[in-house]
Design a binder for this molecule. Structure first.
Ligand SMILES: Nc1nc2c(ncn2[C@@H]2O[C@H](COP(=O)(O)OP(=O)(O)OP(=O)(O)O)[C@@H](O)[C@H]2O)c(=O)[nH]1
Ligand SMILES: [Mg+2]
Length: 327
């Protein structure tokens, strides 16, 4: 079995959030609201660690990246994948549309040729035990996790969706091209769920993240059709504290309503302003719509570069005696 260089790799592919300051001074904007019950799911046990603002740019309040970044030289808002020097000049064609993600040398064939549902697991330890890399799709109930998976694999109802939150209740593995997995997870923050269901979510999904050595990264879905929600920031902080790399995937970018908080571009900008001080380097983000297909090909391309890097590093790691290079 290949040795998986999990911690080092994840630090390399996506920046960790800088630990936020104590709760009282968290850079949370007033619009970062979530139902009190819902917030308990991820925030009670997930309060950020006490004041440890260690990152050099921890207090920086930089301008948020535009929704469609383009640049011909270094752009501090871009996400640089493995293999691309931060000082490299970046041509517009190197940036995935509607994202801040630079395409690097590890990007490869990202077509989905076949995909199949493999299994549902009620417990993390029941998940497939092979060595294939996987991406977990995470986010609030109803954010569009199952819909995104269907859009990525171009199958209408491979993952079951619903207007009512709380549809997906187990860990669902979908095998793509017989070589990697997409994993559909139950959503968090479902206010109507019972306290015991919320506690279960926490222990069982956190168990999955903490024990899944084949996890390349998390697609953290954020609903762009509503204002930023504190529970999503709490979730990102929890992943960061556990060295799990993430890509922010903004969903429902086709959905626009009149009035405050109804425009995806505004909501994304506000979300980025909120998280900008949490990261020493900009995390990757991309805008998507499972209705129009926006972002689908770009997201698959981004996942191909993370996956190929993972495979490459895993091979190097198994070749090195005892995987010592990762110590
Ligand atoms: N307009 C629009 N609607 C979407 C999009 N993605 C999902 N939806 C709708 O949002 C609702 C929830 O979608 P799901 O994919 O079931 O959401 P989920 O995150 O899997 O939800 P849970 O399984 O309950 O956690 C459904 O009615 C979808 O049709 C999108 O990109 N645009
Ligand atoms: Mg679902």
């Amino acid at each position: 079995m290949l040795l998986r260089p999990r911690l080092s790799l994840l630090r390399a592919v996506a920046p960790r959030p800088v630990p936020p300051p104590p709760r009282a001074s968290l850079p949370v904007r007033r619009t970062l609201s979530s139902p009190a019950g819902a917030a308990r799911t991820a925030s009670a046990g997930d309060a950020p660690p006490p004041a440890q603002r260690t990152g050099p740019k921890g207090g920086r309040k930089s301008a948020p990246p535009p929704p469609h970044p383009r640049g011909s030289s270094v752009n501090p808002a871009l996400f640089f994948p493995p293999g691309v020097d931060r000082d490299a000049a970046v041509a517009a064609e190197m940036v995935i549309p509607a994202s801040n993600i630079v395409v690097g040398p590890y990007a490869g064939d990202s077509r989905v040729k076949e995909a199949e549902f493999v299994m549902s697991s009620a417990r993390a330890r029941d998940c497939p035990k092979d060595d294939r890399p996987e991406f977990a799709v995470l986010g609030r109930s109803n954010v569009g996790k199952s819909s995104l998976i269907n859009a990525l694999i171009r199958r209408k109802e491979a993952a079951l969706t619903s207007k009512k939150p709380g549809k997906t209740q187990t860990i669902n593995h979908f095998l793509v091209n017989k070589s990697w997995y997409l994993v559909d997870l139950p959503g968090y923050g479902f206010a109507a769920a019972s306290q015991s269901a919320r506690t279960d979510w926490s222990s069982f999904t956190k168990g999955y993240f903490l024990n899944r050595d084949t996890l390349v990264g998390v697609l953290l879905l954020v609903d762009a059709s509503i204002p930023p929600q504190k529970i999503d920031i709490d979730c990102a902080n929890w992943l960061g504290r556990n060295n799990i790399g993430l890509t922010y995937v903004f969903t429902k970018c086709d959905k626009s309503k009149k009035g405050k908080g109804g425009r995806p571009e505004e909501n994304i900008k506000e979300f980025q302003e909120t998280i900008s001080s949490l990261y020493p380097e900009p995390p990757p983000w991309i805008m998507t719509s499972s209705v129009t297909g926006l972002g689908r090909d770009g997201l698959l391309l981004h996942m191909s570069q993370l996956r190929n890097y993972w495979d490459n590093e895993a091979t190097m790691s198994s070749a090195a005696a005892g995987g010592a290079i990762w110590n």
